[in-house]
Design a protein around this ligand. Sequence first.
Ligand code: NOJ
Length: 474
Amino acid sequence: MGYDVIWLNPIFVSPFRDAGYDVADFYTVAPRYGTNDDFARLAAEAHKRGLKIVMDLVAGHTALECEWFRQSALPTANAYTNRYIWSHSVWDTDGNNLISGYSDRNGCYMKNFFYCQPALNYGFKTITRPWQLPMDHPDCLATRDELLNVMLHWSKLGADGFRVDLASSLVKNDPTGEGIIELWNDVIGRYKKEYPNNVLLSEWCNPKRAIAAGFDIDLLISSGLKAYTTLFRYEEGASVNDEFNFGDSYFRRAGKGDTAEFLRDYLEHYHATKNDGYITIPTGTHDIPRLALWRDTEELRPAIVFCMTMPGVPLVYYGDEIGMRYIEGLTSKEGGFNRTGSRTPMQWDDTKNHGFSCSDAPYLPTDPAADAPTVEAQRKDPDSLLNLTKALIALRKAHPALQADGDFEVLHEGYPFVYKRTEGDETVIVALNPSDTVRTVELPTASDVLLSRGAAIDGNTATLGAVSYLIYKA
Ligand code: NOJ
């Protein structure tokens, strides 16, 4: 999108039962991180350096400790009674979907994710029970207005936009997404009147719906479409949720994967959203095992080349640029469970806690291995992943064909995976061979090889050695 952005996971007041995705006060920075003034200063300093700051917006639920929920849980009616979704009786658990007996209020509350994340009430698209309110009920519209208020509050302090948590599920009983699209069209419409240039990134995993809803970018990750998982985290145990584990990832040395499943979903959504918004294929997130799980450094290279050369907006999860490992065997921290191993501190150097903190009790331990990757070591090594990532960022900036809007056409599926990116007169071809087997393929001739490793092109014949890549101007 022409600028660099830092996305911060939630930094708001929270009991941290889900790493801050359980917000107790949407208007205040958690003391462990600082103050609202600190945030304003962070944003101002980032802006001076040409960076933007995107905050996490936990739109769907709050913590049990949120004052709105405290009020809502009271047996007497008040302004927050309908701020959350409650059944009419403590015995009506709606087939065990609702949490009963929490307070003296005679009803059960709906949770979104963990028990401690009561669902905010934006209404139901289809009403099937007497206690379900329609989307246009004044109390549901009040929830919507509060959400907009939160967005405006942080934007005034300098936020350049939001990554919206569970953006797809605010409206209940809405299988076609009609209700939620309507809601976001309204909220985003009003927000963009005030902040037209701010960016909104959804956790929807369904770009067609997310872009129709008004988001600028949608995260293509493991929930929703399978596309992302088939590339990187298809093996049993390689995803957070076992329902996604049923195959061989494309980006593995074994070369047993495929691009077909990815392309089926991706191309449908890419073509449908191309002129209206972007897809991001992140190297990782705080919710999935790191890319480095079961991959050696060589195997990480074609995966990073792919993430940085696809259309849309690239997104690097901190540490993936140095190949930080998924740390196995950690006890769950603040609701991380098996996500905890992807949330260990950034490894800067070889000092205490790898330079992240001088605390004797850091948030989580860093990689205990003697060869734990660090920024300091990789800065000095021209062949490091860090320097590859930097080279790819520079390449992307220098070549419009490789940027967000450049056209995308697949030239060869499977191994090797070859695609053409075009913008105006410029055509750049990217060929990837993540497998251990040498592959040859007929391709357009090269005028200039931009970046390659273990691969070459001679006339029309490209030879891609084991675990290699080739990026050239055609
Ligand atoms: C998605 C977030 O990325 C995840 O970390 C969180 O646990 C759930 N939403 C619930 O808010």
